[in-house]
Design a protein around this ligand. Structure first.
Ligand code: ZN
Length: 429
C-alpha cells in the first residue's frame, strides 16, 4: 500500500473520527461566535445563542445551512469582503475569489493559519495521487485571483516536492518547461490537460515520452468521468487523478491509488449528504460540508451544490474517509430535464469523450414547447465529421434515453479553457 499523508487520521475508526471532528468543531465555534458577525447572525436567527448550547450531533444537524447566495448577498451588502470574518481585517494575508462562472465572484480571505491549512489539505490530495519529495510538480496556471492552484502549489512545496510555476506562458512554452525542467507531475483542469495534448499533437511532440507520470486535476469534475480520464491518460501516458475543492470551502476531496471515487478529507471537513429538496439525510444527493481549519472565515453546513452518491463498501486503499462513488456527479442546479429524463451535462460529456475523433464539444440547451432540448456541437478534424456525429447521437440515445441533435462544427471554432470549462450554454432555439 502506498504511503498515506497522515496514516493515523486517514485510517481512523468512525468513532475516533467523529470525536476528533467534534473537538475541532467546538474549538472553531468558540473562536467564531460572537466575533464572526456572519455566523453569529445566522445562528441567532436560528435560535442558537451560544456555541456552549451545542452538545450533540443532533444539535449540529439542527444548525442552519448556508448557501452560496447567502454569501453573495452578505458580500454585496458589506463590500468587498463581507462579514464572515472571525478576526480583525489585518490578520488576513491572502485574498482570492471564485471564477464567477455563476454570478458575481465571491471574495475570500485567509489568515496565516488558514493558508497553512489549505497547504495541508492539498498534501492529502497530492499524496493520494502518489506524489512526494523528489517529484517536480508543474502548474500550468495563470496565478491570478482563483485560489485552486495557488493552494496546490503551496501543498506541493509543503509536501517536499519541487513546485514549478507555469504562469505567464502560452501552452507551447508550458510544454517546453515541462520537458526542460523534468516535471514528473502536472496539476491543471482536465480540459486544459486535453488542450495541452492537442497543442502537443500539432507540434509533433509525444507527451507520453516526457517524464510526466501523474496528473492531478481540479476545477472541473472531468477526471472523474471515465471516458475523459481515459483520454487524458492515453495522451499523456500518465495516470490522472481527480480532486474536488471550492474557493469558499477548501480542498476537500481526493483520489487514492484505487481510483474508486473521491475520498472526502473527514479530518478537516464534516461531510453530510442531503436530499436537495427536503434537506433530509440521503445517500444520493447534495454534498454539505463544514470546514474545520479555516477559523478566520469558516463555513458551517455549506450547501456545495454538488451532486454525489455515497459509496458503501470500504476502499481497497485502507482509508476510512467517506468515499463518493464516481466523484462529483454534477451540479444540483445544472441538471437538465429533457423530455422528462433527468440528465447531467457530465453524463453527456462522458459519452462524447468516448469518441477519440472529437477534439472539443459544446452543449447548447434551448427551450421548445416549454421543454429543454439539447444540441451538441462537436469538432471533428478530417472527414469523419458526419459519421461521428451520428454515432454520438446514437450513443446518447442508447445510454441516456434522450434524442439530441448533434452537429459537426469547424475544427478550432469552439472555445478552449484553462479554468472552469463552460461547455454548456443556454441559447434561443
Ligand atoms: Zn481509497
Amino acid at each position: 500500500m502506498t504511503a498515506l499523508y497522515d496514516r493515523s487520521l486517514e485510517t481512523a475508526g468512525a468513532d475516533a473520527l467523529r470525536a476528533l471532528q467534534w473537538d475541532r468543531f467546538t474549538r472553531l465555534t468558540r473562536a467564531a461566535v460572537p466575533a464572526n458577525r456572519f455566523l453569529t447572525r445566522i445562528w441567532t436567527a436560528a435560535g442558537v445563542r451560544d456555541p456552549g448550547d451545542l452538545w450533540t450531533w443532533a444539535d449540529f444537524s439542527r444548525l442552519p445551512f448556508t448557501r452560496k447566495a447567502d454569501l453573495a448577498a452578505d458580500q454585496a451588502e458589506h463590500a468587498p469582503f463581507g462579514t464572515n470574518l472571525t478576526y480583525p481585517i489585518d490578520r488576513y494575508v491572502r485574498v482570492h475569489q471564485t471564477s464567477g462562472t455563476s454570478g458575481a465572484p465571491l471574495r475570500w480571505l485567509d489568515t496565516q493559519e488558514s493558508w497553512a491549512w489549505w497547504a495541508r489539505c492539498w498534501g492529502f490530495v497530492l499524496r493520494g495521487a502518489g506524489l512526494g519529495p523528489g517529484d517536480r510538480v508543474f502548474f500550468p496556471f495563470s496565478f491570478g485571483l482563483f485560489v485552486g492552484f495557488w493552494a496546490g502549489f503551496e501543498g506541493a512545496r509543503a509536501l517536499g516536492a519541487l513546485a514549478i510555476p507555469g504562469g505567464g506562458q502560452d501552452s507551447a512554452q508550458r510544454l517546453a518547461a515541462i520537458e526542460t525542467l523534468g516535471a514528473t507531475a502536472v496539476c491543471c483542469t482536465p480540459s486544459y490537460a486535453l488542450h495541452l495534448a492537442e497543442v502537443a499533437r500539432t507540434r509533433g511532440l509525444d507527451l507520453a515520452k516526457l517524464g510526466v507520470r501523474t496528473l492531478v486535476h481540479a476545477g472541473e469534475p472531468g477526471a472523474g468521468i471515465p471516458a475523459v480520464r481515459a483520454r487524458i491518460e492515453e495522451a499523456w501516458g500518465a495516470r490522472a487523478f481527480d480532486h474536488a475543492g471550492m474557493t469558499e470551502i477548501g480542498a476537500y476531496g481526493y483520489e487514492c491509488a484505487a481510483q474508486a471515487g473521491l475520498h472526502v478529507n473527514e479530518s478537516e471537513f464534516i461531510a453530510e449528504v442531503i436530499d436537495p429538496v427536503t434537506g433530509a439525510p440521503a445517500t444520493d444527493g447534495e454534498l454539505v460540508l463544514t470546514n474545520l481549519g479555516r477559523v478566520g472565515s469558516p463555513l458551517v453546513r455549506y450547501r456545495t451544490g454538488d451532486r454525489v452518491r455515497v459509496a458503501e463498501a470500504p476502499c481497497r486503499c485502507g482509508r476510512t474517509f467517506l468515499r463518493l462513488d464516481g466523484g462529483i456527479l454534477g451540479r444540483v442546479d445544472d441538471m437538465l430535464i429533457v423530455r422528462g429524463v433527468n440528465v447531467f451535462p457530465s453524463a453527456i460529456e462522458g459519452i462524447v469523450r468516448r469518441f477519440p475523433a472529437v477534439d472539443e464539444f459544446a452543449i447548447e440547451v434551448y427551450r421548445r414547447s416549454e421543454m429543454d432540448e439539447v444540441r451538441l456541437l462537436v469538432e471533428v478534424p478530417g472527414d469523419a465529421g458526419a459519421v461521428t456525429v451520428r454515432s454520438v447521437e446514437e450513443a446518447v440515445r442508447v445510454d441516456l434515453g434522450i434524442r439530441v441533435d448533434a452537429r459537426s462544427v469547424a475544427p478550432g471554432s469552439l472555445p478552449r479553457f484553462e479554468l472552469k470549462a463552460r461547455r454548456l450554454r443556454r441559447v434561443d432555439a
